[in-house]
Design a protein around this ligand. Structure first.
Ligand code: ARG
Length: 458
């Protein structure tokens, strides 16, 4: 029998039931449902609706149900529409009549919002832990070649020389911002809806502040209508997950390119590559490709949820039941991708000779212009003169790297003996001394700041 049954309305047509039921996925909220229910009976005792004895009996029953659900000793029944009705049914089976009092003053509307917020808060904590490991792996990966020169790219064209460490750390700071987003999401989720009833509040003397404390919420919702319909915390979670997914995808794409035979900058450890069923020589970067590919479903979850919410009248509508699967999926996706990428980064190796060899002479063209600026030529003129030199060399099919000092000096009257120093990428790198720049000096500061950010409290 359904818990909300009024007798004659009992039977829900099978097709409607299948559509309506959410137990298939919201069973994942069981732990939070038990926590929420225990906090609720405590509040009912405080309000003198339940006796101490009642509460002890109910709490024990709920704890046993939690244990049963943890160890998968429970079979759900056709009438178990969702985890909330299932827990109440199980409690009734355990302690009998007394269980009927548990839902006093509570609605599934404030109950599900509370359970789900609690779940999201805990999910944020887990993601933050995984992010910490990921951030730490990025630092370690940067350190394997902090000052190893490599070509820097814009438009995927060689632009200016940078270092491996600098490139690697360019993926550290986005992850720090991801961490901030998950911290914020946790705060946003931590606003307690319980005590809002179906939408109007509850007429029982429930101390909501105490409830919040009991459940570890940071604040109590201000408006009961808003409290049962607000799913901003869901959007925030999905957004944080999507942005992180996009960051992981971009890192993955960079590493996939660097791992090709054509680039040969990095080598992914054999434990993180997969073979081909046909081509014996293949070592495929599936882990990275999946990190890239799975960003799609994260973005899809966010987009879907935004659309689901946009037309809903307040307060609760059943559409809101659609909020859980994308969040569970986003969490599972991150829980699968982050550790794999962390492991891959911890075992990656680089080929510094190959990276340095791929730095073109032309990527030092800005330095040549700077050289002329040093000789008193305005930058815009210097830029044009260097462009002209490169054009001329291009027409002769010559590369800057192959040119002798004598030939260089013949190319511009201001070029002197020291012009060859300008064409050394290591010198160019050493000169990018601005804060956040690629010089060793700047990188040391960046690395120190990265360590500080890593240790900053989650
Ligand atoms: N399974 C429902 C959900 O996930 C619980 C809330 C049901 N409330 C209701 N008024 N039907 O949203």
């Amino acid at each position: 029998m359904r818990l909300w049954s009024r007798g004659e309305l009992d039977a829900l047509e099978a097709t409607a039931d299948r559509l309506n039921s959410s137990i298939g996925f919201d069973r994942r909220l069981f732990n939070e449902d038990v926590d929420g229910s225990i906090a609720w009976i405590n509040a009912l005792e405080q309000a003198e609706i339940l006796s101490e004895e009642d509460v002890n009996q109910m709490r024990q029953g709920l704890e046993e149900i939690r244990e049963d659900l943890f160890s998968v000793r429970v079979t759900f029944e056709p009438g178990d529409e969702d985890i909330h009705t299932a827990v109440e049914r199980l409690l009734t089976e355990k302690i009998g009549e007394l269980a009927k009092k548990i839902h006093t003053g509570r609605s599934r509307n404030d109950q599900v919002a509370t359970d789900f917020r609690l779940w999201v808060m805990r999910a944020c904590d887990e993601v933050l832990q995984l992010l910490h490991d990921y951030l730490s792996a990025i630092i370690e990966a940067a350190k394997i070649g902090l000052d190893a020169p490599m070509p820097g790219y814009t438009h995927l064209q060689v632009a200016q020389p940078v270092t491996w460490g600098h490139w690697m750390l360019s993926h550290f700071w986005p992850a720090v911002r991801d961490r901030e987003r998950f911290q914020r999401t946790r705060r946003v989720a931590s606003d307690l809806p319980l005590g809002s009833g179906a939408l109007a509040g509850t007429s029982y003397a429930i101390d909501r502040e105490l409830l919040a404390q009991d459940l570890g919420f940071e604040s109590v919702s201000e408006n009961s209508i808003d409290a049962v319909s607000d799913r901003d915390f869901v959007l925030e979670f999905l957004f944080a997950a999507s942005v992180l997914g996009v960051h992981l995808s971009r890192l993955a794409e960079g590493l996939i390119i660097f791992n090709t035979a054509e680039f040969g900058f990095i080598r992914i450890d054999d434990r993180f590559v997969t073979g081909s069923s046909l081509m014996p020589q293949k070592k495929n970067p599936d882990v990275l490709e999946l990190a890239r590919g799975k960003s799609g479903r994260l973005i899809g979850g966010l987009t879907g949820m935004l659309v689901t919410l946009k037309g809903l009248p307040s307060a609760y509508d059943k559409d809101l039941q659609e909020d859980k699967e994308p969040v569970f999926d986003a969490f599972d996706t991150l829980a699968a991708v982050l550790p794999a990428i962390t492991g891959l980064l911890s075992t990656i190796t680089i080929n510094p000779e190959q990276m340095e060899a791929k730095i073109t002479g032309e990527s030092l063209a800005t330095k040549l212009a700077d050289y002329l600026v040093g000789k008193g030529i305005a930058f815009r003129d210097a830029y044009r003169e260097v462009a002209g030199i490169l054009d001329r060399l291009g027409q002769q099919d010559r590369k800057l790297k192959e040119i002798s000092m004598q030939d260089m000096k013949a190319l511009h009257p201001a070029f002197e003996d020291d012009i060859m120093d300008t064409l050394d990428p290591r010198n160019a790198i050493a000169e990018y001394t601005s804060l956040g720049g690629t010089s060793q000096e700047s990188l040391n500061i960046q690395l120190q700041n990265a360590f500080k950010a890593l240790e900053a409290s989650a």
